[in-house]
Design a protein around this ligand. Structure first.
Ligand code: F3S
Length: 413
């Protein structure tokens, strides 16, 4: 790999131990993937920010870098943690989880990360532009930043994202290169979709069919919302491992079908209509008519618009005493929801706005017992995909309206 004089200095240890170790990781990665050089990254979104993933060993590694005076060269945001920092005791997380998470978050913060703990950093100020090179982890956020924003990232794991933050570099391979960003598969939407769960169904079905290829969608209207695109991103990345997609006429690298495919021809053409929607719904609904005891909304983390919609549906209503309703989001969105009054409406109805974490990255074993009596209901295809395996909970997947009705009635219709 060709390195600049500054990168050679980093590798030689002239900028300290953390930068040297980080550069060693990046050079090794670059050699594995045949990168010719490094490229600067303007920002990083850090996976492995939850101690459920990082554990004691991962926490020690980050602490070691911080103790050795590691300092992030790139603006860095943190993915969800293992608990809600504002309300962890009340929710039931243990002291041990709090102490370990606090160590990990503090070490990242000491090196310069913004401890925002969200998987939708693009809603709170980490919002790169088209063509910008970044280093992001978290599958739903990777698909969103590559596709909807048109920035460029590979799928970064904890160590490579940490190395990118410490050096401000990534090896130039994969989705950083123009030639790897064109479409592989054409997906024609031939039915109307409404709301995040419909876009989740679409993404789930397509992800299952195509694995890690790059789909190009036609038929999605220009008026598709940010929330629908975030749901599509998460679903594509959960049933498959899609990191980049294009929507003709909507996403920045697809002003036309020709632009989206570039020099390539579609290897496959898929159609998504009512029959495929039914197939997707039956894959996502894994239950035998059990009562609902846990309703989870906000995967990926809810936007302020979603919080408004939830509050509108809950105004003057009451959640069943047999059900826990979690709405997961960031501190920034919760603060706005408090200022607008949406949070008070949700809480008066008996729901809980959870920040900093989410059902998959939280230490759920500590708090799940109270929710394990019945089934989960969610409007997130990603959560519906992981929940049955992770917690062995029967799962209902449906619209926001259906999920909130289930929260009030204790059963899903
Ligand atoms: Fe985000 Fe957690 Fe869902 S990281 S995408 S809320 S599983």
């Amino acid at each position: 790999m060709e390195l600049t004089p500054e990168e050679e200095e980093m590798l030689a240890g002239k900028q300290g131990y953390p930068v040297q170790k980080a550069m060693e990781i990046l050079v090794q990665l670059g050699e594995i993937y045949g990168a010719a050089k490094m490229i600067p990254v303007s920002n990083v979104h850090m996976p492995g920010s939850s101690v459920v993933v990082a554990g004691e060993a991962g926490t020690r590694l980050v602490e070691k870098m911080a103790e050795a005076k590691g300092a992030f060269k790139a603006f860095t945001t943190l993915n969800p943690a293992a608990l809600d920092f504002s309300d962890w005791q009340e929710i039931g997380f243990s002291d041990a989880t709090f102490n370990l998470q606090n160590r990990l978050t503090s070490a990242y913060h000491k090196m310069g990360a913004v401890p925002c703990h969200t998987c939708t950093p693009y809603l709170i100020g980490n919002c790169p532009r088209k063509g910008e090179h970044v280093a992001w982890g978290e599958s739903s956020a990777i698909a969103f930043v590559n596709s909807v924003l048109g920035a460029r990232t590979n799928r970064e794991g904890g160590p490579s994202a940490l190395a990118a933050a410490l050096t401000g570099r990534v090896p130039a391979y994969g989705y950083h290169l123009e030639e790897n960003r064109f479409g592989d598969v054409l997906v024609e939407l031939i039915t109307e979709l409404h709301g995040v769960s419909d876009y989740g169904s679409l993404g789930y079905w397509v992800g299952k069919k195509i694995g890690d290829k790059v789909p190009v969608f036609t038929g999605i209207p220009v008026a598709v919302s940010l929330e629908e695109l975030k749901s599509l991103s998460a679903a594509l990345a959960s049933s498959g491992s899609v990191a980049l997609f294009h929507v003709v006429g909507v996403t920045p690298e697809a002003p036309s079908l020709e632009a989206a495919f570039g020099p390539r021809q579609p290897s496959t053409i898929l159609k998504f209509g009512p029959a495929q929607m039914q197939e997707s719904l039956s894959l996502l609904n894994k239950n035998q008519g059990q009562n609902v005891s846990f309703v989870a909304i906000g995967c990926p983390h809810a936007s302020i618009r979603e919080l408004e919609e939830i509050s509108r549906l809950l105004i003057g209503k009451k959640i069943s005493s047999e059900v826990d309703l979690w709405v997961t989001t960031s501190l920034a969105m919760k603060t706005l929801a408090e200022r607008t009054g949406y949070a008070q409406i949700i809480e008066e109805a008996g729901g809980r706005i959870i920040i900093d974490t989410c059902p998959i990255l939280a230490a759920m074993s500590e708090v799940l017992a109270m929710k394990a009596k019945g089934a989960l209901a969610t409007n997130s295809a990603k959560l519906a995909h992981y929940a049955p395996g992770q917690w062995r909970m029967p799962t209902y997947f449906g619209s926001l309206e259906q999920c909130l009705a289930a929260a009030m009635e204790g059963s899903f219709q």
